[in-house]
Structures are given as structure tokens and as C-alpha cells.
Design a protein around this ligand. Sequence first.
Ligand SMILES: Nc1ncnc2c1ncn2[C@@H]1O[C@H](COP(=O)(O)OP(=O)(O)OP(=O)(O)O)[C@@H](O)[C@H]1O
Ligand SMILES: [Mg+2]
Length: 358
Amino acid sequence: MAKLRLSSINKAFGGVDAVKDFNLTVNDGEFLVLLGPSGSGKTTVLRMVAGLETPTTGEIFIDDVLVNGKLPKERDVAMVFQNYALYPHLSAYDNISMPLKSKKLSAEEIDKRIKETAEVLQIGHVLTRKPGQLSGGEQQRVAVARAVVRSPKVFLFDEPLSNLDAKLRVTARGFLKRLQKDLKVTTVYVTHDQAEAMTMADRMVVMNHGVLQQISEPDRVYREPANMFVASFVGSPPINLVPGAIVKADGSAKFVAKGNIFEVPVSSDAPQSEEVYLGVRPEDVVVHAKPPKGGWTARVYLQEPMGSVQFLTLDVNGTKIVSQTQPNLSVSLNQTVGFSIQHEGVHVFDAKDGRRMD
Ligand SMILES: Nc1ncnc2c1ncn2[C@@H]1O[C@H](COP(=O)(O)OP(=O)(O)OP(=O)(O)O)[C@@H](O)[C@H]1O
Ligand SMILES: [Mg+2]
């Protein structure tokens, strides 16, 4: 059980600023996810917490104890690396048992813990094999098992599921989330997969170019993104970003899309502006197979059935807008349809700096 705090952390590699003025508190027992594209500084943050990298400036505290000068093994954190880092000459079993040996547990206790963990991670049948005789996904699960068999103060996971096939990945993320809730070990989990971040996190941090963009509960990040980067990185298919202007009259505001292809009321907090983007989630774009009289119309450009839902890309006078509809909405390619926008969920972003304006 531990609280983790990073205060004004900067990390430069030569001329590259990998992490910039990074502040973060992870609460005791919390599952915190760092989400961001490749090169955004996620691994660097984890490595600094683990003690494998030294911050250029700033302080790291575990349970209010400054750990900057401490060696990795003195910090009591368990890290699962992006490239697993297993000992090649040891069997999977011996790899997993390594961190337990230094804990002075009985052989029976060690064996019991390993077998239980191996069972839930579905690697019980490969425990006698060496890493070279395991698939990438199996190696990854051995690395996860090695971290979770001991009870460290902090778990650090760096994309631990990236090598698993799609089905196993979904099972494994559920397993890890449940396990973390049972063990209540403070966890920082790195991923560039927004679905993984949304489903696993108590709170998530969105990073870009080494800078923290937003920290909040997943639902809040999805519904109230701090800026256009966050809005477009979280959500699949991505949010529609439509260029246009805000026109104010009588204390209310409306968004008018470029080319006058549609307009929609927006929050009166949005200031008058010529250059904005409207963010509309696909589920807020409603398609009417029969265009209602006087409504906005579009052409069906692409149909993507997904089983439980259907994604339709609409061509609205040259602008593409994606809608998430019922699977049984019967339309055909190039058909003219009507559409409307549920305005409760829309947001306005400044075209210059991407900041949310409403
Ligand atoms: N040892 C290093 N020397 C020089 N530059 C580095 C070093 N480690 C990382 N960087 C740079 O720092 C930035 C952040 O890298 P980092 O590995 O933290 O990104 P990441 O978010 O983990 O990306 P990915 O999703 O690809 O793993 C990148 O621009 C990277 O090239
Ligand atoms: Mg990385």
C-alpha cells in the first residue's frame, strides 16, 4: 500500500525533452493509466518511478519519502517491461519465483503462489519451458506473473498486453483489473490503447509530447475532454471534428459548420469566434433513412457493420461525418439520408490551440 507523487518532473535526453513539468499524485490502491501516442514519454515516466532513469529536475515520493537517490531494489516497486526482460537461461517457473526467493518464503508457499497465478494467466502448461520456447504472448504473461506474485508497494506496467491476440488481450485486461482490485496495490499502467485505458483505469492521464494533457476518470475524459487532442485520442471511432464558426445572438450560441452544411446550438459559454472545431461523437449523429422535410441531408459514403452497431460515414457536401447507428437501419451506399445532431454532448474547440471553449 503506497501513495506515489511526482512533483515538477522534467526529463531531457540530450536535446530531447521527453517529459515536461509533470505533476501527478497516484492515490493508495489506485489504478492509474498513462495513455498517449508513441514517443509521448510514458515509458520514461515509469522508468523514473522505478529508478531506472534519473529525472533531470523534480522529485519523486513513495509514501511521502523522497526516492530520487534510491536504487530500484530499494523502492519496492515491481515493473513489467514493454519487452518483458525475462532471464533467458531460466524456466518460466524459475523466472516467476525469482522475486519470491529474496522474500524468505517457504518452498511450499512459493509453489502455491506461482501455481495459482499461472492458472489465472493460463500459463500453467508452459512453466517448465525457457523464454526462448515461449510465444510472445506467453512470455508477456510470465513477466506479468513475476510482477504480481510478490506484493510490492507499487506495480508499474508498460504495455504488458501488447503482444497478446485480441481475444486474450480482453480477457487479460479483465484479469489484471480484478487482480489489482483484490491486491489493492497502487498501480501505474502504460498503454497507447484507449480502450484499455478506458476499461481499466480508476483515473487516466492523457499525455502528448511529454506533457500531461488531462487527468480524470475515464468517463469524464470521454465526455469533457480538455482539448482537441484528448477528444480525438479517446473514443473509437474517433470524435468528428467539423470546422466552422460560433455565432452568438440574444445570449445563446450556435455553431455554423463551414459551407453552411448544418448548424447546432452549443453552450452559451462558448465565445463568438470565426475559427473553431465542433467535436461530435459518432453516437450523437443520428441518421434518418428518410430525410425529414427541411432537415439536413447527406450521402452515405461508407457502411461498416459491426454486429451490435453499424458505423456510417456520411458525406455532407464534402465533409465526412461518422455516425454510430442501429445495426438494422436499412440504408444503401450513396443513398441520400437525413441527419441530426444531439447537441447535449457536443463541444467547441479553439482552432488555434485546440483548447476546449465551452
Ligand atoms: N535513452 C534515450 N535516449 C534518447 N532519447 C530517448 C531515450 N529514451 C526515450 N527517448 C525519447 O524520449 C521520448 C519519449 O520516449 P518514451 O519511450 O518515454 O515514449 P513512450 O510514450 O513510451 O512511447 P512508446 O509508446 O513508443 O513506447 C521519445 O522522443 C524518445 O525518442
Ligand atoms: Mg514506451
